[in-house]
Design a protein around this ligand. Structure first.
Ligand code: CDP
Ligand code: MG
Length: 137
């Protein structure tokens, strides 16, 4: 079993799509090991996305992530990291495959509805950034 880290981003939360996205997560066979609603500060969003700190989209991205509440989650499944990225679809909703979450709920490259870890090391950092061990029992 593997764990990955996921976010229902502020656009999807504000649009009232959290329930639909959670249904899709359960239907896909993930176990939801951790889940909470947060309203990130700009500094917290910057710390989470520190790997992108040099990129031209960093300011816009962190402003968006701090623009409203989101839901952070730890998902468990076999091959969870790849499986969750497959369910999300491509980063740009315009390029995401039919049936993926970003295709259905994403508005733009920035407001693309969901986040998912891209590797075991990033999953470990991202899970630890938001959850304590006790919250994941
Ligand atoms: O989220 P994902 O791992 O698919 O993509 P990323 O390359 O790690 O980028 C992180 C996030 O930054 C994306 O999900 C987009 O919301 C945003 N982004 C953007 O606004 N403009 C770009 N050119 C690339 C990414
Ligand atoms: Mg990424």
């Amino acid at each position: 079993m593997e764990r990955t880290f996921a976010i229902i981003k502020p656009n999807a939360f504000a649009d009232g799509n959290s329930g639909k996205i959670l249904s899709r997560i359960y239907e896909a066979g993930f176990k939801v090991v951790g889940l909470k609603k947060l309203y990130l500060s700009r500094v917290e969003a910057e710390g989470f996305y520190h790997v992108h700190s040099g990129k031209p989209f960093f300011a816009e991205l962190t402003e968006f992530m701090a623009s409203g509440p989101c839901i952070v989650m730890v998902l468990e499944a076999e091959d969870a990291i790849r499986k969750w990225r497959d369910l999300m679809g491509a980063t740009n909703p315009a390029e995401a495959a039919e049936g993926t979450l970003r295709k259905e709920f994403g508005k733009s490259l920035g407001e693309n509805a969901t986040h998912g870890s891209d590797a075991p090391e990033t999953a470990a950092f991202e899970i630890g950034y938001f959850f304590s061990g006790l919250e994941l029992l």
